[in-house]
Write a protein that binds this ligand. Structure first.
Ligand code: NAD
Ligand code: IPM
Ligand code: MN
Length: 346
């Protein structure tokens, strides 16, 4: 019989609240014969305060043996900024070679926001997940003096760029519009920019059926708002992709709906699914967080593990729930999770 061995990292702030609802919907979506086993990992701010640990080697090794990971969010105002973000979240993305950070953006009927009611917006950001300015390359000199120098050097390897660009071409080739846009800033960041553009063009020669386009990242932000329908698949650097996908979320119904998958395409390591948003300390503990982003991340997880039909059921449940939202008043995190689980199983 079939089974899913899932690692769960609720993390900080609203992380635990939204993950609980994601798991509820996952359980409702799975066929009877699939055994879902979950192991919860106590990682995040509480653990760090108690032990000083972010992600010990033994737990990294244990996580590696699961089929996939579901993560809520990490980061807390009581922990120095960067400690958990780098020591836990980025450590996982780097160690498990999550070089494809998938972030779909779809404007669903029934949602509001600056672009509500516009023609179909349905694009996919393929964000590089293991390199760029995130690599941790840099440091400070003469720290704390008036002459301090801080560097944060972007790492771009031919191997790292090619593997994500190739993945993006594959995804573009499989979609009806077959269009791939490279977003970078090669007019200023010439060293990395040239590498990305050269590889983008070279790999593109193998995909003559895919139409290509290039935008500087600043101009891309304009088009996200004024002409989002021009995008199909976007491939971009780690930091540009981070910023662009919060913007993409804001123009497609809000950050509470934006899902992501950190994918290791070869399957050598478990892929990790998480909402695009963070731990939202401003609303944590109040039952106000929208769990939909996590539920849609569960759909990406199902899809990744080969449960395409179940993934589609979860996505349909979200679409129906969003369409019905206008009439109802505000709901709690749990009420939204219950409604989605009900639609999935009913
Ligand atoms: P954030 O995404 O946590 O919050 C930004 C705004 O969006 C806040 O007003 C918040 O209330 C709102 N929001 C976020 N998720 C929501 C949801 N599900 N429903 C309704 N509203 C929601 O970003 P931030 O404030 O910049 O970061 C807070 C902490 O989270 C920081 O420590 C940051 O490093 C961390 N962070 C973690 C992740 C992650 O774990 N993947 C992602 C982003 C930020
Ligand atoms: C995200 C977050 C992370 C990122 C941080 C918390 C490391 O903002 O998942 O978008 O920048 O990738
Ligand atoms: Mn982000």
């Amino acid at each position: 019989s079939r089974s899913i061995d899932l690692a769960v990292i609720p993390g900080d702030g609203i992380g635990g609240e939204v993950v609980a609802e994601g798991l509820k919907v996952l359980a409702a979506a799975l066929p009877q014969d699939v055994k879902l086993e979950t192991s919860t990992y106590d990682l995040g701010a509480k653990r760090w305060h108690a032990t000083g640990e972010t992600l010990p080697d033994a737990e990294l090794e244990a996580l590696r043996r699961h089929d996939a990971i579901l993560l809520g969010a990490v980061g807390d105002p009581s922990v120095p900024s960067g400690v958990l973000e780098r020591g836990l979240l980025l450590r996982l993305r780097f160690a498990f070679e999550h070089y494809v950070n998938l972030r779909p953006a779809r404007l669903q009927p029934g949602t509001d926001g600056p672009l509500a009611g516009r023609p179909d917006i349905d694009f996919l950001v393929v964000r590089e997940g293991t390199e760029g300015p995130y690599a941790g390359n840099g440091g400070t000199l003469r720290t704390g003096t008036a002459d301090e120098i801080a560097t944060e050097v972007s790492l771009n390897t031919a191997l790292g760029v090619e593997r994500v660009v190739r993945d993006a071409y594959e995804r573009a080739a499989a979609r009806p519009r077959r269009k791939l846009t490279l977003v970078h800033k090669d007019n200023v960041l010439v060293h990395a920019g040239r590498l990305w553009k050269r590889i983008f063009e070279a790999v593109g020669a193998e995909y003559p059926q895919v139409t290509t386009d290039y935008l500087h990242v600043d101009a891309a932000t304009i088009f996200f708002v004024t002409q989002p329908e021009r995008f199909d698949v976007i491939v971009t650097d780690n930091l540009f992709g981070d910023i662009l996908t919060d913007l993409a979320a804001a123009v497609t119904g809000g950050i509470g709906l934006a899902a992501s998958g950190n994918i290791n395409p070869a399957g050598a390591y478990p892929s990790m699914f998480e909402p695009v948003h963070g731990s939202a300390p401003d609303i944590a503990g109040q039952g106000k967080a929208d769990p939909t982003a996590t539920v849609l991340s569960v759909a990406l997880l199902l899809h990744h593990l080969g449960y395409g039909e179940e993934a589609a059921r979860v996505e349909r449940a979200v679409t129906e729930d969003l369409a019905a939202r206008g009439s109802a008043g505000p709901r709690t995190t749990e009420e939204i999770g219950d409604a989605l689980a009900g639609r999935v199983s009913g």
